[in-house]
Ligand binder design. Structure first.
Ligand SMILES: [Zn+2]
Length: 208
């Protein structure tokens, strides 16, 4: 009953911008026209946006303001970018939070982003495969060398039989240290190729 009701509300509720929450008339839009116009798309493989402006607002709301529902809309934008890996990866794996942080947040944002990506690629999302063994301090405030040291050996993976090709999914990439550490863990567990896809790239030296 609840699911049906939620589905109906989904149909009649106005679509709201992921960044500013204004109602938008754009169909299937993540952002309103104003926000969409000021978003910097990332021109390269492996990311959707440059971090900043409305994209950063949306990510902040998604991660820190309890808006787990934004995972579906933001994840579907990532799914649009994931087409280059269609038929080339065997599974999608989200970069996990440490369980303690997941418990305090109530959800694991990368797992929510990975779901629409996996669905689009018609492969499973293996959200229990990779595990953050250490609760590392937040990367956001650390310089690059510290970040590398901070996350080295932070991840462990269950064994991956048959050298599967993996698409690793996370929300934001800054130095890539976290993705590197997660990739190392997957390779050590038997993964073949490991590709990475993030929602936003934080360009060093850029604003915010
Ligand atoms: Zn907006």
């Amino acid at each position: 009953m609840h699911a049906v009701l939620a589905g109906l509300l989904d149909l009649v509720a106005p679509r709201r911008c992921a960044a500013c929450d204004r109602v938008t008339d754009l169909e299937k839009a993540v952002f309103c026209r104003a926000c969409d116009a000021s978003i910097e798309d990332y021109h390269g493989v492996g990311a959707v946006f440059e971090y900043g402006g409305p994209a950063a607002d949306a990510i902040r709301r998604f991660k820190y303001e309890g808006r787990s529902d934004l995972g579906r809309t933001l994840g579907s934008r990532m799914a649009d970018e994931a087409g280059v890996w269609a038929g080339r990866v065997d599974a999608v794996i989200p970069v996990p939070l440490h369980w303690r942080r997941r418990r305090s947040r109530g959800y694991d944002q990368a797992a929510l982003l990975a779901r629409p990506v996996a669905r689009a690629l018609r492969v499973p999302s293996l959200f229990r495969c990779l595990r953050r063994a250490r609760n590392t301090p937040s990367q956001a405030d650390l310089p690059r060398a510290e970040r590398l040291r901070n996350v080295r050996g932070a991840f462990q993976s269950r064994p991956l039989a048959g050298s599967p090709h993996i698409l690793l999914v996370d929300d934001v990439r800054t130095t890539g240290a976290t993705l590197c550490a997660a990739t190392d863990a997957l390779r050590a567990a038997g993964a073949g190729e490991v590709h990475t896809l993030v929602l936003a790239v934080r360009l060093l030296g850029g604003a915010t």
